[in-house]
Design a protein around this ligand. Structure first.
Ligand SMILES: Nc1ncnc2c1ncn2[C@@H]1O[C@H](COP(=O)(O)OP(=O)(O)OP(=O)(O)O)[C@@H](O)[C@H]1O
Length: 345
């Protein structure tokens, strides 16, 4: 659906050059929700804006729906952009227009016949749950309601792709959840392809199928959300995951743990799918003469698959501990030995 290949973008600021994108290659499948996460300045907005050519790459290719976007004439590009809706962090509504007209304006601009406009706007406002706010002005709406108008505007021309530029960053956590539910609903109802950029891992976890992590203008890691959450490869990815799975243990608690022998470790254990329910820990305790303490545990569902993260303290004679760890490694998705300093707070 979207293929970005070896995208470079260099801005010139006075005599200085800023390399915002340094060879980004990305494929987004039709109908999926693809998230791009990174810290401020990583290049996310620039990347998102190359998809509809709001930002023209310095080099590289942008193919959307089989069309090479860089080869289109102005007129063809305008047509192609109709199929790519965009929603923004600060909503971009027209403050002097009411809700109805904010949405109708898009249809008028695109010369949709007048008699079709009312029906279409009513349909869109129903979809986003704002049918009773048609006459309200943006200043009379909450942030979440404003973003719903933004979504209705973005969907007015029946796009195939929706680009979301930090669409929930200005919203409180509860409103964020409801906007993400709406995006998920639209994705499922219409098979809409969604690309979103965010700095919140919670957003990625809740609705994305796949994720790319950006740092300094490059993608440092990408994969399904489940794979990335359960098996991160890069330290930055691990740091983002920690914002969702806060596997910290009070230092006083760590100080009280008594080792059952000379060998002791703290393990971070990731379980996936059905394995999350298996009595692995019971078998570990009965089969190996080791002592285990559960320090932290969390199970959540990522796109319908359970992902469990545990912190375990294991101690005993060295041979038994090593065999116990080997058994765990065979039985669960991933086991890492972590230091007290890493998990203690
Ligand atoms: N129009 C511009 N002119 C000059 N430099 C720019 C321009 N737009 C972005 N940059 C620079 O390019 C780099 C990437 O910026 P970009 O906005 O894409 O990052 P981001 O990951 O979206 O950050 P944020 O989360 O803060 O929006 C930054 O160093 C930024 O200062």
């Amino acid at each position: 659906m979207i293929q970005l290949t070896n995208i470079h973008k260099t801005y010139k600021v006075g005599s200085k050059q800023v390399d915002a994108l340094k060879g980004v290659t990305l494929h987004v499948n039709k109908g999926e929700i693809f998230g791009v996460i990174g810290f401020s300045g990583a290049g996310k907005s620039t990347l998102l804006r190359t998809i509809n050519l709001l930002e023209k790459p310095t080099s590289g290719s942008v193919v959307v729906n089989g069309q090479d976007m860089l080869k289109l004439s102005e007129k063809e590009l305008r047509q192609a952009r109709k199929k790519i809706g965009v929603i923004f962090q600060h909503f971009n509504l027209l403050s002097s227009y009411n809700v109805f007209d904010n949405v109708a304006e898009i249809l008028r601009m695109n010369r949709v016949p007048k008699e079709q406009i009312r029906k279409k706007v009513e349909e869109l406002l129903r979809l986003v749950g704002l049918e009773d706010k048609a006459n309200a002005y943006p200043s009379q709406l909450s942030g979440g309601q404003k973003q719903r108008v933004g979504i209705a505007r973005a969907l007015a021309m029946d796009p195939e792709i929706l680009l979301c530029d930090e669409a929930t960053s200005a919203l409180d956590p509860q409103t964020t959840e409801s906007i993400l539910d709406l995006l998920l609903d639209i994705n499922q109802k219409f098979g809409l392809t969604i690309v979103l950029i965010t700095h919140e891992m919670q957003v990625i976890k809740k609705i994305c199928d796949r994720v790319a992590i950006m740092e300094n203008g490059v993608i440092i890691e990408q994969g399904t959300v489940l794979d990335v959450f359960s098996n991160p490869q890069q330290p930055t990815t691990g740091n983002f995951i920690k914002t969702v799975f806060d596997d910290k243990v009070p230092k006083e608690m760590l100080a009280k743990i008594k080792n059952a022998g000379p060998s002791a470790y703290i393990l971070r254990v990731a379980f996936r799918g059905d394995a999350a329910l298996d009595p692995v820990l019971g078998t570990l305790a009965s089969r190996y003469p080791v002592k285990t303490n559960l320090l932290y545990g969390s199970i959540s569902s990522i796109k319908g698959t359970a992902l469990g993260i545990l912190l375990l303290h294991i101690s005993g004679e060295d041979k038994a501990v090593q065999e116990g760890i080997a058994y765990l490694r065979q039985s669960v998705y991933r086991v890492d030995v972590v230091s007290q300093a890493e998990v203690g707070v």
